[in-house]
Write a protein that binds this ligand. Structure first.
Ligand code: UD1
Ligand code: MG
Length: 452
């Protein structure tokens, strides 16, 4: 690219997405945990586009702005006049500000950096007015078809939208992905020439025919990946594209040394990272902002969301949300780490344990059912089966502190606020309402402090 060329991006996101049959704006639906609109925004960011304008509608502008903040510019398209109308809405913001413009739909999350880069490189090298990313697909329902002449050059003559297309015959067809590069001045000048079609919309895709008629250079570059050109117009297509994207994510991790034993039953969001030689067992979901170290075993049947897991951990049929496990920690089956749970190295949590807003210091062990909320459990503490922190008095939450080396007998109720001192012991069934001094024994209901 000429260093002087200023590059801008326009993301079309004003359509009302009627075919989604949803009250949620189309571009705010999520694919692999991420809103559709974030895909092109992040892609243009990675390509180093200087300025990005997101075209929004009066109806969705507030939600879109809340999602993307002020990292991008916005242009409001006052009424749904079609994709050409959407680009027109961005013109006033960008006129004189850019030499080249990349246009991309807000509903095409599978487009890759490589393909857009290739499209742009060719566009600039050839000095074209318009470059279109296309792909060959078996079923072209809803997509625009690239029409070429029959001569040896196969020049692009235009794009024929599905509704007006009488020439499709069920054969594989070259379709428009909705990603384009334009020479900016040519774009602004020729947008005016696009006619309004019978449904009242003006199609950006008609610019291909405008260019062909003017003898201006226009070309379509076929992507190697037919999935890349697919857009989302309804919830069936959303599910289909999500399936493709999930497969891409799993394959990426497998190629980086993660074992996934039953890939199609595993869901991994785009923002997740996983270390080498970790094994993901069937029916597992790794979601949101989750990091997993190396040599772990997660699953079967685990759900891990927005959590951090160190190396050599095991998460068997358990659920984690906003939780941290350091290295060498194991949990499950059937336990639940809720927000603020923090397990230091070497902690062991067995089955049917719920932990919320609590820290287990290194070496603490809780093998069986119970509830730990708003607590800190000291080093090498052994928590017996059925221990419950009674952290809520109906009005406020209170903290429980169990100091190092304490031993909590089975079925102990720790009525917070309460502290069990270092090395202290509670008897089975104790209901502890007062602090237990270090090295003493608490027994009974309510518990009395006695010597050991
Ligand atoms: C469009 C293309 C089609 C291409 C397909 C790829 C046109 C006319 N057709 O069809 O050739 O194969 O994408 O997915 O462009 N939008 C606005 N304002 C509007 C209308 C649409 O901002 O007035 C936005 C939508 O929010 C969407 C994008 O433009 O993000 C594309 O619009 P959509 O209605 O999905 O077009 P398609 O029918 O999919
Ligand atoms: Mg679409």
């Amino acid at each position: 690219m000429d260093n002087m060329d200023k590059l801008a991006g326009i993301i079309l996101a004003a359509g009302d997405g009627k075919r989604m049959n949803s009250r949620i704006p189309k571009v705010l639906h999520r694919l692999c945990g991420k809103e559709l609109l974030r895909y092109p925004v992040e892609l243009l960011g990675r390509l180093g586009v200087d300025r990005v304008v997101v075209v929004v509608s009066p109806a969705n502008q507030d939600t879109v702005k809340a999602l993307l903040g002020d990292g991008v510019d916005y242009a409001v398209q006052p009424s749904m006049t079609g994709t050409a109308g959407a680009v027109k809405a961005a013109a006033t913001t960008l006129q004189g500000q850019a030499d080249q413009v990349v246009v991309i739909g807000g509903d095409a999350p599978l487009v890759t950096d490589d393909s857009v880069r290739r499209l742009l490189d060719g566009h600039l090298e050839e000095g074209r007015k318009m470059s279109i990313m296309s792909g060959i697909v078996q079923t072209s329902a809803g997509l625009g078809r690239v029409k070429r002449d029959l001569g040896s050059q196969q020049n692009v003559l235009g794009i024929v939208e599905a509704t007006n297309d009488t020439e499709r015959d069920g054969q594989p067809v070259e379709v428009n992905s909705g990603v384009y590069c334009f020479q900016a001045d040519w774009l602004w000048e020729n947008l005016e020439k696009v006619d309004v079609s019978s449904n009242g919309e003006s199609y950006l895709t008609d610019l291909a025919a405008v260019a062909a008629e003017l003898g201006a250079s226009v070309a379509a570059l076929t992507s190697n990946d037919p999935d890349e050109v697919l857009g989302i117009n309804n919830l069936v297509e959303l599910a289909h594209l999500e399936d493709i994207q999930r497969r891409r994510i799993r394959e990426r991790w497998m190629l980086l040394g993660v074992t996934i034993t039953d890939p199609s039953s595993v869901m991994i969001d785009g923002g997740v990272t996983i270390g080498q030689d970790t094994v993901i067992l069937p029916n597992t979901m790794l979601l949101g902002d989750t990091t997993i170290g190396s040599n772990c075993e997660v699953g079967p049947g685990s759900v891990v969301k927005d959590s951090t897991i160190g190396d050599r951990c095991r998460v068997t049929s358990s659920a984690l949300e906003d939780a941290v496990m350091e290295s060498g920690v194991d949990i499950g089956p059937f336990s639940h780490l809720r927000p603020g749970a923090y397990l230091e190295s070497g902690v062991h949590i067995g089955n049917y344990v719920e932990v919320k807003e609590s820290r287990f210091v290194a070496g603490a062990v809780m093998g069986h059912f119970g509830y730990v909320g708003d607590a800190s459990i000291g080093a090498n503490v052994n928590v017996g089966a059925g221990m419950v922190t009674c952290n809520y008095d109906g009005k406020d939450k209170h903290r429980t502190v169990v100091e190092k080396d304490a031993f909590i007998g089975c079925d102990t109720m720790l009525v917070a606020p309460v502290t069990v001192g270092a090395g202290a012991v509670t008897g089975a069934g104790a209901v502890v309402t007062i602090d237990v001094p270090p090295a003493r024994l608490a027994v009974g209901v309510p518990a009395k402090i006695v010597d050991r």
